[in-house]
Write a protein that binds this ligand. Structure first.
Ligand SMILES: [Zn+2]
Length: 130
């Protein structure tokens, strides 16, 4: 995989304020602000670098107000790290190509994986299937 490495100034230029805050500063968008993606078949790409991260087929309605998936498109593309901020033990997930922060993964998702990837919508762009 070709890593995408950019300076903070370059990211700031490319991303809007919220996307920068989420992807580069581990921010979290407010719930119910960026989960208005089409329901059509397609792929969710990293807003930072365009890497394909999730598929519509694995998206489900978690009721949280954040786009939720039960599996990444390719586990190699979505990295994990321990996040102990806010006095909680959570597993942070990020794009492995540009290291952009995406959200968190929780062990309370639906089958077949039992996982819930809780992703900031602003960190994703949707590409409908041709
Ligand atoms: Zn990326």
């Amino acid at each position: 995989m070709d890593k995408v490495i950019k300076s903070e100034a370059e990211w700031r230029e490319e991303l809007d304020d919220l996307a920068f805050k989420v992807l580069r500063k581990h921010g979290t968008e407010r719930a119910f602000t960026h989960d208005d993606f089409p329901k059509a078949p397609g792929t969710y790409l990293c807003r930072g670098c365009g890497a394909p991260l999730f598929e519509q087929a694995t998206k489900f309605d978690s009721g949280t107000g954040w786009p939720s998936f039960y599996a990444p498109l390719d586990p190699k593309m979505v990295g994990e790290s321990q996040d102990n901020s806010w006095f909680m033990r959570r597993t942070e997930v990020h794009c492995n190509r540009c290291d952009g922060h995406l959200g968190h993964v929780f062990p309370d998702g639906p089958q077949p994986t039992g996982l819930r990837y809780c992703i900031n919508g602003v960190a994703l762009t949707f590409e409908p299937e041709e």
